[in-house]
Design a protein around this ligand. Structure first.
Ligand SMILES: Nc1nc2c(c(=O)[nH]1)N[C@H]1C(S)=C(S)[C@@H](COP(=O)(O)O)O[C@H]1N2
Ligand SMILES: [Mo]
Length: 169
C-alpha cells in the first residue's frame, strides 16, 4: 500500500476531538448522536480501494474498516422524504452532499490499514464512498449526517473548499 498525502489538521479539529460525536439529523424518525464507543460497537466491514486526488497524486491499496452508512441510517430511520444526505465535518463549513442511495453504500471508516484512523487522515471518522468518486467526497472528520428532502445547493462546500485548499500543504 501507498501512503495518503499529509495535510495540515485544522485547529477546529484539534480543539474538538475530545468531545467528538456523530449526529444523524434532519429527515429521520429518530435523530441520533453516537460517541466513538457507540460507533465502534456497530458491525463493521472492510473496504479496499485506491485513493486519487485531482491534484495529481494517488495512494493505492488502502484498506479501510468502518460502519456501512446504510446501517447507520437504518438506525435513524430516514423518512420517505429523504432524498439526499449532507455530510458535515469538524473543519467549519466543509460539507458534501450525496443522493441517499450513494451515501448509503459508503463506509464511515474508523480504521486505516489495521490502525485507528489517525487525525491527520480524518479520524475519528472519515467517509469513504464506493465506486467512482471525487477526492473531496471523502469527507474527513465527519461529525454530522443530515438527511434532506431536496438537493442542497449553497451548503455543499466541499469541492470549492477542497480546491481552494489545494497547494496549502
Ligand atoms: N473535512 C475535510 N475533508 C476532506 C478535505 C478537507 O479539506 N476537509 N479535503 C479533501 C481532499 S481534496 C482530499 S485529496 C483528501 C485528502 O486526504 P488526506 O489528507 O488524508 O490525504 O481529503 C478530502 N476530505
Ligand atoms: Mo483532493
Amino acid at each position: 500500500m501507498d501512503e495518503l498525502e499529509s495535510h495540515p489538521v485544522p485547529a477546529a479539529v484539534r480543539a474538538n476531538r475530545e468531545g467528538w460525536t456523530l449526529a444523524v439529523t434532519g429527515a429521520v424518525e429518530r435523530p441520533m448522536s453516537l460517541t466513538a464507543d457507540d460507533l465502534a460497537s456497530l458491525p463493521s466491514v472492510t473496504h479496499e480501494a485506491d485513493f486519487e486526488c485531482v491534484e495529481g497524486w494517488r495512494a493505492a491499496g488502502l484498506t479501510w474498516r468502518g460502519v456501512r452508512v446504510s446501517d447507520l441510517l437504518a438506525r435513524a430511520s430516514p423518512t420517505g422524504e429523504a432524498t439526499h444526505g449532507l455530510v458535515r465535518a469538524m473543519d467549519g463549513e466543509y460539507a458534501c452532499s450525496f443522493p441517499v442511495d450513494r451515501l448509503s453504500s459508503a463506509v464511515l471508516a474508523v480504521e486505516l490499514d489495521g490502525e485507528p484512523l489517525p487525525v491527520e487522515h480524518g479520524g475519528p471518522a472519515r467517509l469513504v464512498p464506493r465506486g467512482d468518486t471525487d477526492c473531496w467526497e471523502s469527507v474527513k472528520w465527519v461529525t454530522e449526517v443530515e438527511l434532506l428532502a431536496s438537493p442542497p445547493t449553497a451548503d455543499d462546500t466541499a469541492r470549492e473548499l477542497a480546491l481552494s485548499r489545494a497547494g496549502e500543504s
